[in-house]
Design a protein around this ligand. Structure first.
Ligand code: FAD
Length: 425
């Protein structure tokens, strides 16, 4: 495939994470010429799979949970022909285990948009009352300054069994610091739309198999030029527009009709753009993957409280646990972490805890920006101060948390702006 000429009207997409890939796919499918430049030797960014030599199998950088109500994510998967690549239960059911007490329960949202299910004791966590859930409606009225803990009752059992795990999973932040204004849109798009919108979903055969490889195949089919190990080092600005890109592969002149979509994480955007504020702080996520000596045909998704691990995913012969808001663990000894987390998995799955199976600890230090109230005003809009430069990424002003859904929404917004002619030379 001949790459697009370096000066003709094309869209340069910088960064092949889900924001960049979703923008590139939408544009390529609309008939635009696309050149995708990625700094790493692979695509997917913070959402990818790789072969781990120690485990002798392919693992994801981190477990990624989606919900059936994530509309942009599902539209993207349809666009790349991967809509059947997610797995999960046929109904919205979230089994939980309290590792400290051994208590098990399931959260089972009902079908109606009106959450009648909260009045059914067998559908909500034990010891909780419907009125505890109703107090959560305050999240919908929260100001940008409010944290989740400002809006919900932090003393009762519903906090430990619902609000805290939900907040940490969605915002990668504890309720005491996580922005209420970012949790509400997720509740509105999923739990408030009934059971069919809140079924848990994970990539059946790994993140790259669902989100990355089919996107690259789609782009290649449409003639997009994709270059890896091609970091953007500097943007050349002339007046109020981008006129050139200095990439590892060489300098590119950005012609009069060409557009640039910058889809890199916030720190990278700040280093390339003069005077653009971005959320500076980030939060870590730690994942531990263990290769079991037996296979599991379906997919197990189990919420955990009372221990260190927060979510357990078991797919094939790999069981993994996620710890979000994990900055305190970033410097911990991986061997100690693995031993502790394996004991929790063994308890949860009812298997022998010795010996420790082949495993890998993956620490993503900058998994998401810190989704705290003070960061909200620093999320940049799609349109930048430069006429032919658009911004995308999970940290931009999508109104959503830093998730797959948010990243893909940002990519789609940037692509739509190009197609609407909003980014003019
Ligand atoms: C461990 C972990 C668990 C997560 N769990 C969930 C979950 O359960 N559910 C969920 O929805 N979301 C989850 N997320 C969040 C989700 O992965 C991200 O929101 C999403 O992948 C961000 O995509 P992005 O395209 O905005 O950014 P990135 O994925 O960071 O992509 C940016 C890309 O730009 C490239 N780049 C950077 N600088 C340059 C440059 N100068 N030139 C060229 N390329 C450059 C990078 O290499 C990267 O490929 C999780 C994230 C992590 C890390």
């Amino acid at each position: 495939m001949t790459p697009p000429s370096r000066t003709e009207s094309i869209v340069h997409v910088i960064g092949a994470g889900l924001a960049g890939l979703s923008a590139a796919v939408r544009l390529a499918q609309a008939g635009r010429r696309v050149a995708l430049h990625e700094a790493a030797g692979h695509a997917g960014g913070r959402c990818r799979s790789f072969v781990d030599a120690a485990m002798g199998t392919t693992i994801d950088n981190g477990n990624h949970l989606l919900l059936s109500g994530n509309q942009a994510a599902h539209a993207y998967l349809r666009a790349i022909g991967a809509e059947n690549s997610l797995a999960g239960p046929g109904i919205a059911e979230y089994p939980f285990l309290d590792l400290a007490s051994g208590e098990r329960w399931s959260l089972r949202p009902g079908r109606s948009r009106i959450p009648w299910w909260i009045f059914r004791a067998d559908r909500r966590p034990p010891g909780t009352r419907a009125s505890d859930f109703l107090a959560g409606l305050r999240l919908g009225l929260a100001s940008e300054a409010a944290t989740v803990a400002d809006c919900v009752d932090t003393r009762g059992p519903l906090f430990r069994k619902f609000w805290e795990p939900l907040t940490v999973a969605v915002l990668n932040a504890a309720p005491g610091e996580g922005a209420a204004a970012l949790l509400w849109p997720v509740l509105r798009e999923t739990f408030a739309r009934g059971e069919a919108a809140c079924r848990p979903r994970i990539a059946a055969h790994g993140l790259s198999d669902s989100f990355v490889t089919p996107a690259l195949d789609t782009l290649r089919k449409h003639g997009a030029a994709i270059t890896f190990n091609d970091r953007l080092r500097r943007i050349v600005f002339s007046d109020n527009r981008v006129s050139g890109l200095e990439l590892d592969s060489g300098s590119v002149s950005v012609g009069a009709d060409a557009t640039v979509i910058l889809a890199v994480p916030p720190a990278g955007a700040a280093s390339l753009l003069p005077n653009v504020a971005v959320p500076e702080d980030s939060r870590a996520i730690v994942n531990a993957h263990f290769r079991l000596d037996r296979r599991h045909d379906g997919v197990t998704i189990l919420g955990l409280v009372g221990g260190m691990a927060q979510w357990l995913f078991w797919r094939g012969d790999v069981a993994s646990v996620t710890i979000s808001a994990a900055d305190a663990l970033v410097d911990s000894n991986p061997d100690h972490l693995a031993e502790q987390l394996w004991r929790e998995i063994a308890t949860a799955l009812g298997v022998e805890s010795t010996p420790l199976p082949p495993h890998r600890i993956v620490k993503e230090k900058r998994a998401t920006f810190a989704q705290v109230p003070s960061a909200l005003a620093k999320r940049a809009p799609t349109r930048s101060p430069w006429a032919n430069l658009l911004l995308a990424g999970d940290w931009t002003a999508t109104g959503l948390p830093a998730t797959i859904e948010g990243a893909i929404c940002s990519g789609h917004s940037a692509a739509e702006a190009v197609l609407a002619g909003a980014a003019k030379a």
